[in-house]
Design a protein. Structure first.
Length: 352
């Protein structure tokens, strides 16, 4: 009689760019160790980079015998280099080797807190795009007052200039990502614009509006910046230039607000007491706005899970990004995207 026991899915193998980021390799190694300790049942980390350097850092952190797999790479791409050019010139960089592991089926996903331009180029040219995707997009959560407390914004930096077909496809990518992330069937998709009226915006925005309105998505039309924070939309579609500016502005709000509050409080005793009483609530707000809770932004539309971390990623952010990369692989994000593209486009690439 056949066994009815279900086989547990194997651990997701995550290639980690050990040399990428402002705080590499120390923060990357520490975050990898945290992920290995906390999520060993679901992820298998693979550190990629200069092996002697990584082994020395593992030993410094007291983990020399932990059995973390290391794949050697001779070169590294610095944060200040031109991303695409650096990737082409440094074929044995830690980022290049990590993407080849995904391409060759030796890893299920990768994470890098290094040069974003190089990460995008490496993912596109090495891993490749999912069938039907013209341009991948970086997607990131923004705090919201909506039901799920977050809205997803894409693109936030992969492509500064886009065509209407790209914005339409971003809607498909973001819809699938939000459903996977929050287990909700019909997220509200909006197109970021300067007004809600269909006549507003550039020719490209108006054409994108038509494509999105004719899709199977739960498209709610044009949205403005305030709609994101107040929960009027779940998925926000925009070009990478606008999205990146919005993201950098959003990241600065907390530090600016707290700095201003401290300045206004000054030496006033009652004000200081009030701040003390508010501290637990302020801590919860800070947690809501902390990028390290997710740890990274996936590059949606490539044929593998490619997670881009903040250049200043701390060990907590690295740990969460590794866990999150494995989670998206295990939940079948790319299979979901491919099904949606098939439904929307009949498996054909529309436009260019």
């Amino acid at each position: 009689m056949a066994s009815t026991a279900q086989t547990e899915p194997r651990r997701a193998r995550i290639a980690i760019d050990g040399m990428g980021g402002d705080n590499a390799p120390a923060a990357i190694v520490e975050g990898t160790l945290l992920a290995a300790d906390r999520h060993s049942d679901v992820i298998e980390p693979i550190l990629v980079g200069d092996e002697p350097v990584l082994r020395a850092e593992l030993a410094r952190q007291g983990a020399g015998g932990r059995g973390i797999r290391i794949v050697h790479a001779e070169q590294q791409i610095d944060m200040g280099e031109a991303g695409a050019d650096a990737f082409r010139k440094k074929r044995d960089s830690s980022l290049s080797v990590a993407t080849r592991l995904v391409r060759d089926g030796e890893a299920d996903g990768l994470f890098s807190a290094g040069n974003t331009g190089a990460m995008v180029a490496a993912s596109l040219l090495t891993i490749g795009r999912l069938k039907g995707v013209n341009r991948p997009a970086l997607a990131t959560p923004i705090p919201s007052s909506g039901e799920h407390a977050w809205a997803i914004v894409l693109d936030v930096g992969a492509s500064a200039e886009v065509k209407p077909i790209n914005l339409y496809q971003y809607g498909i990518l973001g819809d699938a990502y939000f459903r996977i992330l929050f287990n909700t069937p019909h997220p509200k998709v909006g197109l970021l614009n300067i007004g809600e009226e269909t006549s507003k915006g550039s020719d490209s925005a108006r054409e994108a509006h038509k494509l999105l309105a004719d899709s199977h998505l739960n498209f709610v039309g044009n949205v403005e910046g305030a709609d994101i924070l107040w929960g009027g939309v779940d998925v926000v579609v925009t070009d990478g230039f606008t999205g990146n500016v919005m993201l950098k502005f959003a990241e600065s709000i907390w530090s600016w607000t707290t700095g201003l509050a401290r300045k206004e409080v000054g030496d006033h005793l009652l004000a200081k007491l009030g701040m003390l009483l508010l501290r637990p609530s302020l801590h919860r707000v800070k947690t809501r706005m902390d990028y390290s809770e997710y740890g990274g932004a996936p590059l949606l539309g490539v044929d593998g899970i490619a997670m881009v971390g903040h250049g200043r990623s701390n060990p907590k952010a690295v740990c969460n990004a590794i866990r999150f990369t494995g989670e998206l692989h295990r939940k079948g994000l790319n299979q979901e995207i491919s099904r949606d593209l098939q439904r929307e486009q009949g498996g054909k690439v529309v436009g260019s």
